[in-house]
Design a protein around this ligand. Structure first.
Ligand SMILES: Nc1ncnc2c1ncn2[C@@H]1O[C@H](COP(=O)(O)OP(=O)(O)OP(=O)(O)O)[C@@H](O)[C@H]1O
Length: 486
């Protein structure tokens, strides 16, 4: 075996997070590491890559026992962690970033022409159209991740750690990324692949290790493994149903935009959201989905067009104005969206209420706290207490706090941008139930998502965007064919 981890234990402030965990990785294998939010996946990987040590346990790599003191040391030994928030240097070009390690090794002496030619040749081979001379600071999140992937690919590492690698990639990039993965495997290299996406495990990975509450529950081949069985291994729930039955939409129009345009990003967008409706909006990265809901929310100013709320013209000055009119918004990027990492879970969940208090609107704080307790139970938040600082929660649990905050906000129109990114299947099913209840209550939800299954499973209707325009509208029965319209 190329890599084995045995009897790994780890506690944080007396709280056991990993309990006698074992993990193994063979040569030329893509090995999925799965489990609910907070199950301990990142902790295990952080121990392997030397971010922090285990309390006890052994790691054997390439036939000898190791304990890396830092990710840099792990990298020097051939274990490459590809981070989601990439550690590329923004002022250097794509090619310079890709060959950074080489440049360091040779003390800065490098043949520039050859470096650019190599980078271009690599992208061409992978069918990826990215200019190697562009500065990384000008790239989108997904382009940056692809550069990190190319850098990993061109390194001489033997093991790659990838945490939710496809989460920010558009459909075309996903295809190229999968090609990268398969080619790495064909070269005899191995990948530890953390994901909440059942489809990715079954289609791309060879074996899967499942953790539940910091313990091993299974390690098995993905050959012959069904989606139902895998979702049971992850959740421990045999009858987990991801999508609830849909609520009936009403005939009342809640929100309407007519001929909305903004700069070169949005063109002539007219749409209606009905009371009780979950309206899906999808399209490729850069198609204008996020810009559209930010404009509806008053965060971006429209150049022309009109907005009507319950039949009345509405001009939103800014996002605060939108909140005061009953809009709620979940940003796709939790780090930009005002999670207060040094504050507790409860404070983060009630942050919109706290802002009301600052504005002099009186609220019953006790009732507010009770709601928070109910909500955290409903969202299945994994935390030590309601006062635990957000930065100590796992990534998925942070995301749940952000979604939960907007779901308890009493908004009547919810604008959700990729709300379930990084969230495990059990919590997703819970968020879907809450969304459905809000819709059944007559509220309206716009759901921007790149997950076609999510849109088909949850929405009453979906709109497809391309280059800032609405190009298709699909009724419920057409939703399973959504990919054909992309
Ligand atoms: N530095 C820390 N201090 C205290 N608790 C921590 C710390 N780091 C992680 N934890 C806790 O350890 C548990 C496991 O977290 P971990 O990040 O490993 O989960 P995960 O399986 O990667 O989850 P996700 O799918 O959400 O990324 C969580 O309950 C988390 O709150």
């Amino acid at each position: 075996m190329l890599l084995t981890m045995n009897n790994i234990n780890k506690s944080f402030v007396g709280n056991p997070v990993l309990k006698n965990v074992a993990f193994e990785l063979a040569d030329a294998e893509i090995h999925a590491l799965v489990g609910l939010n907070g199950a301990g996946k990142s902790t295990l990987i952080n121990i392997l890559s030397g971010v922090f040590p285990a309390d006890s346990g052994t790691i054997t790599f390439g036939g000898r026992q190791v304990q890396f003191k830092s990710p840099r040391e792990a990298l020097a030994e051939g274990i490459f962690t590809v981070y989601q928030a990439t550690n590329l240097l923004p002022d250097l070009t794509v090619a310079e970033n890709i060959f950074l390690n080489d440049m360091q090794k040779r003390g800065g002496l490098i043949h520039y022409k050859k470096m650019y030619a190599d980078a271009r040749a690599q992208f061409e081979k992978m069918g990826y159209a990215l200019d190697a001379a562009r500065k990384v600071r000008d790239l989108s999140t997904s382009e940056r991740y692809m550069v990190s992937t190319a850098r990993a690919y061109l390194s001489d590492a033997r093991v790659f750690i990838m945490d939710e690698p496809m989460i920010n990639l558009a459909a075309a990039e996903k295809e190229i990324f999968v090609r990268f993965m398969k080619e790495m495997r064909a070269q005899g290299r191995s990948i530890i692949y953390i994901t909440h996406n059942i489809g990715e495990v079954l289609s791309l990975c060879d074996r899967v290790t499942a953790l539940r509450d910091g313990k091993n529950v299974a390690v098995c081949s993905t050959k012959g493994l069904s989606a139902g069985r895998l979702s049971y291994l992850i959740s421990g729930n045999e009858s987990l149903r991801l999508y609830p039955p849909k609520a009936a939409r009403q005939d009342k129009i809640l929100l309407e935009t007519s001929h909305l345009s903004m700069g070169s990003v949005l063109h002539d967008i007219s749409l209606r959201l009905y009371a009780g409706e979950i309206l899906g909006i999808t399209g490729l990265t850069g198609s204008g989905r996020t810009a559209l809901i930010k404009t509806i929310f008053g965060e971006f100013e429209m150049d022309s067009g009109r907005l009507k709320l319950r039949g009345e013209e509405l001009e939103l000055k800014n996002a605060t104005d939108a909140v005061n009119h009953g809009f709620g918004y979940v940003n796709e990027n939790r780090m930009d969206a005002g999670l207060f990492l040094d504050m507790g879970v409860a404070a983060n969940l009630t942050i919109s209420a706290l802002e009301d208090i600052r504005r002099g609107i009186f609220l019953d704080l006790r009732q507010e706290m009770e709601e928070v307790v109910d909500q955290s139970i409903e969202l299945n938040l994994k935390m030590d207490s309601l006062h635990q600082e957000i930065r100590f929660l796992s990534g998925g649990n942070q995301q749940k706090v952000m979604v939960g905050r907007s779901l308890i906000s009493n908004a009547s129109i919810l604008l959700l941008d990729e709300p379930t990114k990084g969230i495990d299947i059990v919590s997703r099913s819970e968020i879907y139930i809450v969304m459905n209840e809000l819709a059944a209550d007559g509220k309206g939800i716009i759901l921007v998502s790149s997950d076609m299954d999510e849109i088909a499973g949850l929405c009453d209707r979906a709109l497809v965007m391309r280059n800032g325009r609405l190009v298709a509208e699909l009724p419920e029965e057409e939703l399973p064919r959504l990919t054909e319209y992309m």
